[in-house]
Design a protein around this ligand. Sequence first.
Ligand code: MN
Length: 705
Amino acid sequence: MQDSYTQFISTGDSSQEEKIVEAAFADLLECYLESNHRKKVDIIRRAYDFAKEAHKGTRRRSGEPYILHPIAVARIVVEELGLGSTSICAALLHDVVEDSEYTREDIENAFGKRIADIVEGVTKISGGIFGDKASVQAENFRKLLLSMSTDIRVILVKMADRLHNMRTLGSLRPEKQYKIAGETLYVYAPLAHRLGLSKIKYELEDLAFKYEHPQKYKEIIEKVNETEEHREAIVEEFVAPVRKMLDDAGFKYEIKARVKSAYSIYNKMETKKIPFEEIYDVYAVRVIFENDDDALEKIKCWQIYTFFTEGHKLHPERLRDWISIPKANGYRALHLTAMGPEGKWIEVQIRSRKMDDIAELGYAAHWKYKDGVREEETELDTWMNTIKDILAHPEPNAMDFLDTIKLNLFSSEIYVFTPKGDLLVLPSGATVLDMAFAIHSHLGLHCMAGKISHKLVPLSHKLESGDQVEIITSETRTPTPEWMDFCHTAKAQSRIRTYLRKAQDVEIFSPEELDRIGNPTQKREEKKSLVKKILKNPFSSKKKEKRKASAHQPIDRQKVFKLYPDDKEPNYHIESCCKPLPGDDVLGFVNEDEEVVLHKVSCPIAMRLKSSYGSRLVMTEWGGSSSRFLTSVAMDGIDRLGILEDIVNLISTRLMIDIRSMNISTRQDVFHCDMSFYVDSAETVTTLCEQLMHVKGVKFAQRTS
Ligand code: MN
């Protein structure tokens, strides 16, 4: 990224600088030689020489020779990601195509296709998706990961590049810092998390946090430091008995008092609205034991677990067994939470050295445990396939199959997409309404529903990772107090609260304003009563009035009452509680207007009527024959004032079809309607559905039987 990190100053290399550069490269080589990769020093040296030549005369904004950056990235690649020579070469060359005259072809000619591919991939990411000009990513996160699958090293090298840029962010102008920090939080940290690179994830988050909220970062770090001594004393008291048992059992181990990262602390303070002092899981302990027999790894974890059960009170709901079933990103460990001194809960993570390495470095750490020389390709392939597999099947819980057994700690955040593919990171449990507010307050305040893969969902619908959500709004729609239950994020809740408070003020001070705001509510009530009316009598209200006008003959309770469902106006009513259809086993109940009301025999209300109003019962029998057949249609749409009237008018007045039953359910503004009627042909149903789709608000209508 030339405009942010590079300056062109032709000063010529002083011998002092040359020494610094050579020393950095020598350190890199040393790191590589300490690993048990194949020792391909030659190609690495060639890559270094090539990159040095390409970046000659350019400097980073900090003033240091540019080549120090690729060397540092290569070092992260070998030291922190555990990768081998191919990745090291690619890291050394990663900015060559972007920042110099050299092309991909030049690299391919000198280093072969594989390295050239990785460099090209990194260049593409830098310039495009994550590039300078694309701060709001218009790329689907999931698709992005899948598209990188040709070689996972592309993203690993890019990750190392970003990590080094974040570590040296201080030399950039503040607005650049801000932008890059935001992007890091938005894209790279979640990506690192997905890849199981938790150490890098935490570092990226903390670095980004430091630049985004310098003051808050400082405060938290100060508090963490202030409390360090006390914290260590508490932890030491807590682990003392366990240490003894570990020693007695002959374990070689290390116990680390772990501090939550500054960013996690900040996040928790923000989302839970609690002060630093109330974050209980600041206290955490990690027990790492040495183990040379894989077969005993699990047993040893559980053995150490029992050391904690002796003399400590365990939190019953916070046992996490990630050794039997590892997390999707490869994480394995046994977690427990126990009561420590001063009534503080302390989380304990039990891991073998290998588990710990994998947790910190991701699957890239596996090579350390292979006998002999590592086959980088196969290892990475296996890892990538695991990740691809998870990403390619984003059914509920597939992102984290552990959710299915209620061990849902893996992801505290979800990734959702706008229709255009913009990525949003929301806390898990976030709803459609949360997402609307996350995009823009205006969207939130007028949100009516969401649409996920062509299905309408209500405001309170919980989103899942990978969901692509369209927010449906209406200018007339505004928050009601019940909206508070539909959202999860602090942002949405505070916006709704503010809105409601304002609306209330208006009510007090201005009757005109009250009118304006009050109206939608009033309309909603009208609408509700209309729904009730239609449910009560699935024929238009006019007909009902007509029927009321004509005096009803008293019904002879001793005779069998014949039911004529096919008449233009059937001689009975259907109750909405059980909605009997012609042919169903029904009970007739004579109401005060001497009308027969039908219930299914199985209907609980009918049972009550039977016991309390036996004298009003009448025997019934289905009569009348018809060449028409019963069919049903399902509809989905956005509720609006008058929509049911329009639907009913279309069906019964314009198409002259009698509605047999109608079952409407509305959740917030989304309505679903199942209707059944007698029709003469299938064609009529098709026409009906087509016309229903033209009713404003109806999004979907289809025959269901
Ligand atoms: Mn770079």
